[in-house]
Design a protein around this ligand. Structure first.
Ligand SMILES: Oc1ncnc2c1N=NC2
Ligand SMILES: [Mg+2]
Ligand SMILES: [Mg+2]
Length: 213
């Protein structure tokens, strides 16, 4: 497959062997993907995206807040290839914040940053997400984006969660396919906590209670 599969009972790293913020030590179960591995995987994703890109310019559309770190690192690696290879293209940067409000029937997607959408007309858009879970949010976003007539839209997601209730949607570029567990770190949050953690980790029960709202 086009991405690394992190197995359900795959190797988990102990926080005793890596650096984690002291204030989270009591709430991290284990490290699923250490930061160094994340960086190395993104470096290769950048090459795949660069090779697969046609056009003279790209708009990198970062989906906040979770997509913040992935967007930063991906942009740096694509930028390095633009400096050191025969092909280079200008990269624009824009941001959207998504909130999916759940009502009785179904989650309704609310998009903040609509002025960003207006600027997408005729552009080659790369949506950069932290995680695709069921795929509902991304499919709703793609439908919304179509209205603004971009020239092309591709999706890069660092993580793709294996879910029984998945829509089956698979992004164009995926870093890791992960087990159906709640993960935190590398800008992924639990109630706005753990964004300041570099590794992708699994939260433990103590942490779920400690940071519950
Ligand atoms: O595992 C997760 N961790 C953080 N945020 C999200 C997750 N899945 N969908 C959103
Ligand atoms: Mg996200
Ligand atoms: Mg979140």
């Amino acid at each position: 497959p086009k991405f690394i599969k992190v197995e359900d009972n795959g190797h988990l790293y102990s926080i005793d062997h890596f650096s984690v913020p002291r204030h989270y030590e009591d709430s991290i179960g284990s490290i699923l993907i250490p930061h160094g591995l994340i960086a190395d995987r993104i470096e290769r994703m950048a090459r795949d995206i660069h090779e697969g890109f046609e056009g003279e310019s790209m708009i990198l559309l970062c989906i906040l807040k979770g997509g913040f770190r992935f967007s930063q690192d991906l942009m740096n690696y694509i930028g390095a290839i633009n400096c050191n290879s025969g092909k280079s293209f200008q990269i624009g940067l824009d941001f959207l914040r998504l909130k999916s409000y759940t009502n009785e029937e179904s989650g309704e997607l609310k998009i903040m940053g609509v002025d960003a959408l207006e600027s997408l007309k005729g552009k080659n858009v790369l949506i950069v997400e932290d995680i695709v879970d069921t795929g509902n949010t991304m499919q709703q976003l793609l439908k919304t984006l179509d209205v603004y007539q971009p020239k092309s839209v591709k999706v890069a997601s660092l993580l793709l969660k294996r879910r029984p209730d998945s829509t089956g949607y698979i992004p164009d570029y995926v870093g890791f396919e992960i087990p159906n567990k709640f993960v935190i770190g590398y800008a992924l949050d639990y109630n706005e906590y753990f964004r300041d953690l570099n590794h992708i980790c699994v939260i433990n029960d103590f942490g779920k209670k400690k940071y519950a709202i």
